[in-house]
Design a binder for this molecule. Structure first.
Ligand code: NA7
Length: 507
């Protein structure tokens, strides 16, 4: 069915605030942020909601990723919605399928799926003042008063730029495009990458494959993942004791943020504590000093995102597993050729090589005021005002946008606070009967300057490593202060940083 509306209907209308009607809100993406936005907006009385989801089901990263061993390195009771605490988590750190099932349960419970258009990607967003014109992959065109992009961060797989990659004669795939139809049992498998994803995969498949080559370009700092299966008694208690779940959630948040965030953000003692814990874990896990030396990083812990994984080091020491630290020269039809001239013959090549982290909503074309395109606005690096809004792009919000809180913490928690901030802004628009909201250019610049100044103190900048936190200029493009501060910013938005204007027609 083509839902295009006629040219007449597409003429700019007045503002929702002055017309006394519900704002038409488009939410793009039905992962944790998008579902959270649907639920929280409806709870606050904003009911004209349409969520555009490019896939046939909800889930975002937890739908796209389904590789063996997939789990979350943020504790389950913290990695959940504050309004839908879950006493039934089976493990302290949940596995992918349980997280996806939780998201579906919450979406069903709150009726969020009724607002979602599945298999409906958005190709274009154009600001026509005070509304946005939205075009779908199907060519349908509609108007919305506000747009909330909830399109995720780790979405588009990064394929390594290795000569001959396509010449490989066996099967190869990216970790985020896992092939369930190709059995690994008994096969000669190679995996490129040693980040969080690779560590989980290696731990899960080492016992199954015939031979496994792990191609490491840079060793990562790894700390243990204190996994624990929750007992039925514990789950019963959580259900019965008032406040217990919330107390655990808050404690987990405190723990994550006081260990990793502080260590990253200039607390040298804490950084040393984290690094010493990693070194002790490594020594305990790998007795062989030669292998240990090969996996010991030469940069500071917390420079790259910390990995929590207890299965990786034991897997590396299995007889059928080989750590390859020689530089990869090329992929050839038989396998991977390294700098020492050796060809590592493989049946299957796995690419755990990360994501294009600077894309965010792109390649959707987003055109703001005066024809300004978001891709041009982001030419140097993707930036935002308080990781949520953009000058020149009124009535447009991005959850988990650039310069966000992407360290070892719960992105669900962060996005919930962002949604609260969006709601506070909508409430103000309604109260003051204004049509347009956007951050002031000077507020955006002052904020980004403060970020640039303070990010230099973090181990992302000083730790001596390359990471996905760095933008094309080599500067960390991430929130430089403690997550607690971001939550406070979102709970108490400073409205003087925004321009609120009456109806303004597009030029
Ligand atoms: P990451 O953390 O970006 O890790 C990617 C890994 O792939 C990392 O070890 C890279 O080495 C390696 N890589 C990338 N390109 C190449 C090439 N060309 N040759 C060799 N090795 C390469 O991605 P993950 O999927 O593991 O984790 C992403 C996030 O998901 C993670 O932070 C969690 O939030 C969950 P490098 O270290 O750059 O030398």
């Amino acid at each position: 069915m083509n839902m295009s509306v006629s040219g007449k209907d597409l003429q700019p209308t007045g503002a929702w605030t002055t017309e006394g009607r519900q704002p038409r809100i488009a939410i793009i993406g039905a992962g944790f942020s998008g579902i959270g936005a649907l639920i929280k907006l409806r709870q606050q009385g904003y009911t004209d909601l349409t969520c555009f989801e490019k896939a046939g089901e909800i889930g975002g990263t937890w739908r796209d990723n389904h590789y063996p061993g997939l789990s979350c390195d943020v504790p389950s009771h913290f990695y959940s919605y504050s309004f839908a605490l879950n006493p039934d988590w089976k493990h302290r750190f949940s596995y992918g399928p349980e997280i996806l099932a939780y998201m579906n349960q919450v979406a069903d419970k709150y009726g969020a799926k009724q607002d979602i258009r599945f298999n409906c990607g958005v190709t274009d967003l154009t600001y026509l003042g005070p509304q946005w014109q939205l075009t779908t992959e199907q060519g349908d065109v509609e108007r919305f008063d506000l747009v909330i992009a909830a399109t995720g961060v780790l979405v588009n797989p990064a394929y390594p730029d290795i000569p001959g990659l396509d010449s490989f004669a066996g099967e190869q795939w990216h970790s985020a495009r896992w092939r369930d139809d190709v059995p690994l049992k008994g096969k000669r498998v190679g995996i490129i990458g040693t980040g969080s994803t690779a560590c989980q995969i290696v731990g899960a498949i080492a016992g199954d494959v015939g031979h496994l080559d792990v191609f490491q370009r840079t060793p990562h700092w790894i700390t243990s993942m204190p996994q624990k299966q929750y007992s039925a008694t514990w789950r019963f208690l959580l259900r019965r004791v008032p406040g217990l779940q919330l107390a655990i959630r808050n404690f987990m948040r405190w723990l994550m943020e006081h260990t990793f965030a502080r260590a990253t953000l200039g607390d040298e003692k804490q950084q040393k504590r984290v690094q010493d814990a990693c070194l002790a874990f490594l020594k305990e896990q790998i007795p062989d000093p030669e292998l240990r030396a090969r996996v010991t990083p030469d940069y500071k812990a917390t420079c790259k995102r910390m990995i929590m994984c207890s299965d990786y080091y034991p897997a590396l020491q299995q007889d059928n597993v080989e750590l390859v630290t020689e530089r990869i020269d090329a992929v050839v039809p038989e396998g991977v050729k390294t700098g020492d001239g050796k060809v590592h013959e493989l049946d299957i090549l796995l690419l755990a090589t990360g994501f294009h982290v600077s894309d965010f909503i792109l390649p959707t074309r987003v055109t703001g005021e005066n024809g300004l395109e978001l891709s041009a606005f982001w030419r140097e690096a993707p930036r935002a005002h308080r990781a949520l809004t953009f000058p020149g792009f009124p009535n447009f919000f991005m959850l988990e946008g650039p310069t966000g809180v992407f360290g070892n913490t719960s992105l669900i928690d962060i996005s919930e606070h962002q949604i609260d901030c969006v709601i506070a802004i909508l409430d103000k628009m309604k109260r003051d009967q204004v049509a347009v909201v956007a951050p002031k250019q000077e507020a955006y610049e002052a904020y980004n300057q403060a970020m640039s100044r303070d990010i230099g103190k973090s181990t992302w900048a000083t730790g001596g490593c390359d990471s996905w936190y760095l933008d094309a200029t080599g500067t960390p493009n991430i929130y430089p202060w403690l997550p607690q501060q971001y939550r406070e910013d979102m709970l108490n938005p400073d409205f003087s940083e925004y321009r609120f204007e009456p109806l303004k027609v597009a030029v």
